[in-house]
Design a protein around this ligand. Structure first.
Ligand SMILES: Cc1cc2nc3c(=O)[nH]c(=O)nc-3n(C[C@H](O)[C@H](O)[C@H](O)COP(=O)(O)OP(=O)(O)OC[C@H]3O[C@@H](n4cnc5c(N)ncnc54)[C@H](O)[C@@H]3O)c2cc1C
Length: 465
């Protein structure tokens, strides 16, 4: 096979790599992208998109089941619903297939060459790719490592049999008779909530003292209440030890050092993700590392000239939109534009019930940075729109500098609040002050009005409370 010579090579076609390659192609750069699996990466194939499809299906089922229980305050009743999980999964797979095909089409439209196979570095400008028809060598002037991340396993509970990662959980053909989720981070809670809504008994085990430990307790309290209402058992300060000999139970050590065995048809290990730095020849190029991640500067440059790293492999937060933003920036840098990473915030969303959005600094992180702040929150229980949606749990909270009211962070928890993450991010990125938000007219009746109310309340001028 003849070697491919190109100006720009991207390894991995997740939201980091494919966005980078498309933008590079649009800018007229001769670009090749190598992908071992399907275009779209973790996000599109086994992450963001399939999980949100499943969460939506579970929400719909739970809504109808509530009507059937005769407990709907809306006065709607109907016969008990049934769930055909195999069909739900087919619907989810169709969405994934459509989107992955769309990514391939966009790459081709941008003139990007796609090479299917596993890439391995020979040196900083050369990789070899194991393709179906043999080894393809590619030489490039600039290379982007966008290899993403993989699920972390537990040595005592290796993946296989009843022990699954989020990838297998997103493809189950039957509802587990009992599901134990190890890890109360966003992935574990999103999937645990979805399966509970579909009717599976769910237990969540978390080693730390509270769920979603990376967020403050005020934000996560409504999520804990939501789990309780769904009948999900949450064991905090508890550690999964081992499978029972019959492999249908899990031994757990509780915070008081006592042991308990719980039934577990499936055990979803969701204790985190680690950057994908193995198997592609990192040792051949010997890049500087930042802990487990590849060390990058504000232009995503690694310690080797001409080699960039973006997305999950390059640091926290491991989120699709960070990867894409980095990818777009690197393509422009390679095209000769002056760009550097100057984002003020990368909003993070937990699609739990209720949903959580964190953008920018929280009161805790602002105080830890020794910034003098003003902060306050406006509750959804005072929102007419939230009431008409029969969902008035949660709040929006603002964090601003005390001296000039520059917005440093906006967080919130509530049904459907994920869609407000755009308003939160926009206000912070545009350098808005509390007075700017308070001087904006928000349409009535919407949940977004509470962004205005939260700004007014933080300015000690609340109207509707
Ligand atoms: C269940 C779940 C839910 C999630 N939900 C969200 C969410 O709601 N919002 C959000 O922002 N993020 C979410 N994430 C995280 C998100 O998926 C990742 O942050 C994102 O996919 C990272 O993008 P990336 O381009 O860095 O890497 P990836 O998407 O991991 O893509 C890397 C690609 O590189 C390929 N690759 C790796 N090595 C090689 C090689 N040597 N040769 C060829 N190809 C290679 C892989 O096959 C893969 O396709 C979720 C993740 C999971 C698991």
């Amino acid at each position: 096979m003849r070697d491919i010579l190109c100006r720009f090579l991207v390894i991995g076609a997740g939201p980091g790599g494919y966005v980078c390659a498309i933008r590079a192609g649009q800018l007229g750069i001769d670009t090749v992208v190598v992908e071992a699996n399907k275009p779209g990466g973790t996000c599109l194939n086994i992450g963001c998109i399939p999980s949100k499809a499943l969460i939506h299906a579970a929400d719909e089922f739970a809504r109808v089941a509530q009507f059937a229980s005769g407990e709907s305050p809306l006065g709607i009743s109907l016969a008990a619903p049934r769930l055909d999980l195999a069909r739900t999964m087919q619907w989810k797979d169709d969405i994934v297939g459509r989107l992955s095909g769309g990514v391939s089409a966009l790459l081709k439209k941008a003139g990007v060459k796609i090479v299917e196979g596993w890439a391995r570095f020979l040196d900083g400008k050369t990789v070899e790719v194991e393709t179906e028809i043999g080894i393809q060598v590619i030489r490039a002037e600039h290379v982007v490592i966008a290899t993403g991340s993989n699920a972390v396993g537990l040595p005592a509970l290796p993946f296989g049999g009843p022990v699954i990662s989020s990838t297998e959980a997103l493809s189950l053909k039957a509802l587990p008779r009992s599901l134990v989720v190890i890890g109360a981070g966003y992935i574990g809670l999103e999937l645990g909530t979805a399966f509970a809504k579909m009717g599976a008994p769910v237990t969540v085990i978390e080693a730390l003292p509270r769920i979603l430990p990376q967020y403050d307790a005020e934000l996560t309290r409504p999520v804990g209440e939501g789990l309780h209402e769904l009948g999900i058992t949450v064991l905090t300060g508890a550690r999964a030890k081992e499978l029972t000999r019959t492999k249908d139970g899990l031994v757990i050590e509780r915070s008081d050092s006592s042991f308990v065995t719980i039934e577990a048809d499936r055990i979803l290990v969701a204790v985190g993700r680690k950057p994908a730095t193995e198997g592609w020849g990192l040792e051949a190029i010997d890049l500087d590392m930042d802990g487990a991640f590849i060390d990058i500067d504000d232009r995503c440059r690694t310690s080797m000239r001409g080699v960039y790293a973006i997305g999950d492999v390059s640091g926290e937060p491991m989120l699709a939109h960070r990867a894409s933003a980095q990818g777009e920036m690197v393509a422009e840098i390679v095209a000769g534009k002056r760009r550097a990473w100057d984002r003020t915030c990368i909003p993070a969303v937990c699609f739990t019930d209720p949903e959580v959005v964190v953008a920018g600094l929280t009161p805790e992180t602002a105080k830890a940075a020794n910034i003098d702040i003003v902060t306050d929150a406006f509750p959804f229980r005072a929102s007419g729109r939230a009431m008409t949606l029969a969902s008035d749990t949660g709040f929006i909270r603002m964090v601003a500098r005390a001296d000039n009211h520059l917005l440093l962070g906006i967080q919130g928890v509530g049904a459907g609040i994920s869609e407000l993450s755009a308003a939160f991010g926009l206000a912070i990125e545009m350098g808005a002050r509390l007075e700017d938000v308070a001087g904006t007219t928000f349409a009535h009746p919407t949940l977004s009005e509470k962004v205005l109310e939260a700004a007014l309340k933080t300015l000690s001028q609340p109207i509707h409370i």
